[in-house]
Design a protein around this ligand. Structure first.
Ligand SMILES: [Zn+2]
Ligand SMILES: [Zn+2]
Length: 223
């Protein structure tokens, strides 16, 4: 029986590599809850990066109005903390092309993914995260280093939020999860999947198959 096989294995062979407390789901190295959280962190980071960019754009008119030549005591119209977080996201997630050895996560994933897949259409943070969510996340969640990737994405998300807090991004669906029947399905604007927030479940449901939410998610996508 499968349970006996699990009992005989050391915990590191069947526990989730991210939380190290719950069993892995199927053949993945993550539990359903950690997979759902990683998806959520990436989707929120994508939103947070766009939000940071908007906040910085909003400061630009002050530069055009000639504050560069203002009095020496005038403060620069650039929030260095926002720029720092934006650069940290770009460097950690994307990095630089070879031969530079500071290759970010996504460049590495595009190279290492098995089977080989086409990389993102462009190396910008929103496009790269969309690509990770839509194409690469199942493979990522099966890798030994998934906990490190998950830690980095959660940390970047926290940094972006503390620099420029945003309104709630996650959208909770009014439809019971087909896995656990709780009202615990959530999605993010533009995402193709709804994921169950119940840590013991973590079911993923393609938005396209959810009749009840189709009209409603079109509204989100258009927003
Ligand atoms: Zn876990
Ligand atoms: Zn569920």
């Amino acid at each position: 029986m499968a349970t006996q096989v699990i009992d005989e294995q050391p915990p590191e062979h069947y526990l989730c590599l991210v939380c190290r407390t719950r069993p892995r789901r199927d053949r993945s190295r993550c539990c359903g809850g950690c997979f759902a959280r990683l998806r959520g962190d990436l989707a929120t980071l994508r939103f947070g990066y766009i939000h940071l960019d908007n906040e910085m754009q909003a400061l630009r008119p002050a530069i055009r109005e000639g504050t560069r030549h203002g009095k020496s005591e005038s403060r620069p119209p650039v929030r260095v903390d926002l720029v720092d977080v934006g650069v940290a996201i770009e460097e950690n997630l994307i990095g630089y092309p070879e031969p530079d050895d500071r290759m970010g996560w996504a460049r590495g994933i595009a190279r290492w993914h098995q089977p080989a897949i086409a990389g993102p259409a462009e190396w910008s943070v929103p496009v790269v995260i969309r690509w990770l969510l839509d194409q690469a996340l199942p493979w990522i969640s099966d890798q030994q280093w998934v906990w490190e990737f998950a830690d980095d994405m959660a940390e970047l998300r926290r940094r972006a939020y503390s620099a420029a807090p945003w309104q709630r991004v996650r959208v909770d669906l009014p439809t019971p999860c087909p896995g656990c029947t709780f009202l615990s399905l959530s999605t993010y604007p533009g995402d193709q999947l709804a994921v169950c927030r119940n840590r013991g479940c973590g079911r993923q449901v393609p938005i396209a198959t959810m009749k009840e939410t189709r009209r409603w998610t079109r509204t989100i996508a258009a927003a």
